[in-house]
Design a protein around this ligand. Structure first.
Ligand code: ADP
Ligand code: MG
Length: 352
């Protein structure tokens, strides 16, 4: 028998549920930039051009020369939970090589914006297709002339979710988030030419020549690039712990900033933050940095097996290790040895 007593609890309609879920995946323009850039990297692009207007609130465009999509691919790609990257759970357990695999980004972005995708398979003579998607509805799919690769254009993000739109910060703040994301990926992929343009001004463009030092120069400029030293420590040279290698570039202690945003750290190629890594870095510099000052760091950490959960959720940039203390000691030792080698640390013993 159906209950007849009155209740305040009722089922939300599908549209409301979908928009709430979307707000959790795409929180701000930078989240769309992150998802689209990851898709371009997963598509094996050798160039990625990111263009935003008004901090990304008016326009986010990510253009790549990756493998592209056929019309059928494109129609499938914007459906919910569609992916070409994994088949099922067993693929997750054996570890995923791609940055994405949940199959939710394109559909979600398209449900809270007006989204146009132009794509043409890079190999073969397939034609280009333009798909227009608006507030979760397919508006049109038409043939179009376009270069091989994919361009996704996201206009009026959150136009149909006013509550979310209201929480967007100033253009400067939203752009800072976008800049941080694109910078992270540009530095991690020096073999990909990555450019970022904001309101018609080119913010940076890497050459894609495959050199981390050159990528740092393109992104942070000459002063910072010339203050970077190489870190490359692995195997026996590291104290015991889950990390197998620590490599990258770190700045002279005098080249520092008051924000920790220039600590670009990666674990197994993914841009993440981890308290243990950050504490290891700061420990290596010790008192050489003034209070609340941070160096420039672009550091890659490789761990084996299951010492860290590599399938970190896309919204979570923070990872934890089984043994944080060991990781902290390993990072500290690796960076300290590089700084010492370059005579950049006052020895910890008294001077004179
Ligand atoms: P996921 O990346 O988790 O698979 P997305 O919703 O981001 O989910 O993308 C869905 C699918 O669309 C991808 O699996 C991929 O096959 C295709 N796709 C998305 N972006 C691109 C792109 N830039 N180039 C080629 N294929 C793409
Ligand atoms: Mg994706």
């Amino acid at each position: 028998d159906a209950p007849t007593e009155h209740t305040e609890i009722h089922q939300l309609d599908e549209d409301t549920v979908a928009r709430i879920a979307a707000g959790e995946v795409v929180e701000r323009p930078a989240s769309a930039v992150k998802e689209l850039t990851e898709n371009s990297l997963d598509a094996d692009a050798s160039r990625i051009d990111v263009t935003v207007e008004n901090g990304g609130t008016e326009l986010v465009r990510v253009a790549d020369d990756g493998h592209g999509m056929s019309e059928a691919d494109l129609r499938a790609a914007v459906r919910q939970h569609t992916t070409s990257k994994i088949a099922g759970l067993e693929d997750l357990e054996s570890g995923v090589a791609t940055l994405g695999f949940r199959g939710e980004a394109l559909h979600t972005i398209g449900s809270v914006s007006r989204m146009t995708i132009r794509s043409r398979p890079r190999d073969g003579d397939g034609a280009g297709t333009e798909l227009v998607f608006e507030g979760g509805e397919m508006v049109s799919v038409e043939p179009v002339g376009c270069p091989g690769g994919t361009t996704v254009e996201v206009v009026d993000l959150f136009y149909n979710t006013p509550a979310r739109r209201k929480f967007l910060k100033t253009t400067a703040t939203e752009f800072a988030h976008v800049n941080r994301i694109v910078t992270r990926y540009a530095l991690a992929n020096p073999d990909v030419a990555v450019s970022l343009t904001h309101d018609d001004r080119e913010v940076f463009a890497t050459t894609g020549q495959g050199d981390l030092q050159a990528a740092v120069l393109a992104v942070y400029g000459r002063e910072v690039a010339s203050a970077m030293i190489l870190v490359e420590v692995d195997g026996e040279s590291l104290p015991p712990g889950p990390l197998e290698s620590v490599s990258g570039l770190v700045s002279h202690p005098e080249t520092n900033r008051s924000s920790s945003e220039y600590l670009a750290t990666y674990v197994n190629g993914r841009a993440v933050t981890a308290d243990a890594i950050r504490e290891g870095i700061m420990g290596a510099y010790g008192t050489q940095l003034g209070g609340d000052r941070y160096p420039f760091v672009v550091c890659f950490h490789e761990v084996s097996g299951d010492a860290v959960d590599v399938n970190v959720h896309p919204r979570k940039r923070e990872v934890r290790f089984d043994d944080d203390d060991a990781v902290r000691r390993q990072v500290d030792a690796a960076i300290e040895s590089a700084l010492l080698e370059h005579g950049l640390l006052r020895s910890r013993a008294p001077r004179g």
